[in-house]
Design a protein around this ligand. Structure first.
Ligand code: ASP
Ligand code: MG
Length: 370
């Protein structure tokens, strides 16, 4: 009998029908004789809707109140899933982050987990119940409700998996796993079937939306074996452990949208000290993720390499984008990563042409080569 923590993202819980389907999958996992903890995100779009709602009432809502509001999204989905499990004949109980002892610091909106005291969760498992936990939230050392940053349900799952000594933590999404590029954009994108924590973290930091980057870091630090899979299949997906990833030359391309670029006066010899800088025509540009659509007209692409300085990579990137008529707003190499910024409305095309060029050079894993 194993202990498994399984997390479902909001897009897997969009409609009551999907919640019922998730309950069936969980019922099967339980019937196989496992101890099961389920962590849920808010139903799709709920968090964004709450944020818009708050912004209609206040230009800059107090962070404490935002956390009170946003934490509700996950409470809705965990209670509904517990009901759906009960309807399936599975004994289940839902808990908030606070109730399962997720203790955080006081940084509202981006709190860090400082301790996990899963007393009630373990009691419920003892009673043979499936435990459904509201992700993305905890309670601060000052007893206030906090949230863990966007996408933070992944973090909840990993922290709980560690705290209860789970055999593995599974993150169920609306894609098959982590890919060499976003499979919705690049048809040739290849599933990364087994990667190490460090590689997963570099893809996540670059913007691969399938895994929150803080969650990837925590999984590595705590050595929690991870699996990312699709909710509606039982294909294995991506396994993330500490076994080094033997990829060819380039792991993949990750992308982050809505960047704003501003000029920075930096001595070139100090530039490497600053994250978020890219180089353009002799000046340094600082990028930040912008809240407003008008400002955030760039996308950042991170090309994650297996090792530093792939010979010919810089040239291949600039020539490929030049041939595709895509202007490069800035580019910089940072260890085993190459960062570049392009206009957001050309970012899909940029990822496609770069992915194709890397495939042609034999730098990326190919489809059907598994
Ligand atoms: N519901 C939160 C968000 O949308 C947390 C999560 O999805 O993990 O960011
Ligand atoms: Mg999410």
């Amino acid at each position: 009998m194993s202990r498994i923590v399984r997390k479902y993202g909001g897009s897997s819980l969009r409609q009551p029908e999907q919640i019922k389907l998730v309950a069936k999958h969980i019922a099967d996992l339980k019937k196989e004789g496992n101890d099961v903890v389920v962590v849920v995100s808010a139903m799709a779009a709920t968090t964004d809707e709450f944020i818009s709602l708050a912004n209609t009432l206040h230009p800059n809502p107090p962070k404490r109140e935002m956390d009170m509001l946003l934490s509700v999204g996950e409470r809705i989905s965990c209670s509904l899933l517990a009901m759906a499990l009960d309807a399936e004949g599975v004994k289940a109980v839902s808990y908030t982050g606070s109730q399962v002892g997720i203790i955080t610091d006081t940084a509202h909106g981006e709190a860090h987990i400082v301790d996990v005291r899963p007393v009630r969760l373990l009691e419920a498992l003892e009673n043979d119940q499936v435990v459904v936990v509201a992700g993305f939230q905890g309670v601060s050392i000052h007893k206030e409700i906090t949230t863990l940053g966007r996408g933070g349900s992944d973090l909840t799952a990993i922290a709980l998996a560690k705290a209860i000594g789970a055999e593995r933590c599974e993150l169920m999404k609306d894609v098959d796993g982590m890919f060499t590029a976003d499979p919705h954009i690049v048809e040739q994108a290849q599933l990364l079937s087994e990667i190490d924590y460090e590689t997963a973290q570099r893809m996540a930091r670059g913007g691969s939306s399938v895994l929150q980057s803080e969650a990837a870091r925590l999984a590595g630090e705590q050595q929690v074996p991870l699996r990312i899979g699709r909710t509606t299949t039982d294909k294995v997906g991506t396994i993330i452990t500490n076994r080094p990833y033997g990829c060819p030359t380039i792991v993949g391309i990750a992308r982050r949208d809505g960047l704003k670029l501003t000029r920075q006066d930096v001595e070139p010899e100090n530039a490497y000290k600053l994250e978020r800088l890219i180089h353009s025509d002799g000046t340094w540009l600082c990028w930040e993720v912008s809240a407003s659509k008008e400002e955030g007209i760039y996308s950042g692409l991170t090309i994650v390499q297996a090792r530093e300085n792939t010979p010919g990579l810089h040239r291949c990137v600039t020539v490929t984008l030049f041939d595709a008529n895509i202007p490069v707003a800035g580019i910089v190499s940072a260890g085993a990563e190459l960062w570049l910024a392009v206009p957001r409305d050309q970012a899909d095309e940029a990822v496609r042409v770069l992915h194709a060029a890397f495939l042609e050079k034999g730098w990326l894993a190919r489809k059907n080569e598994e």
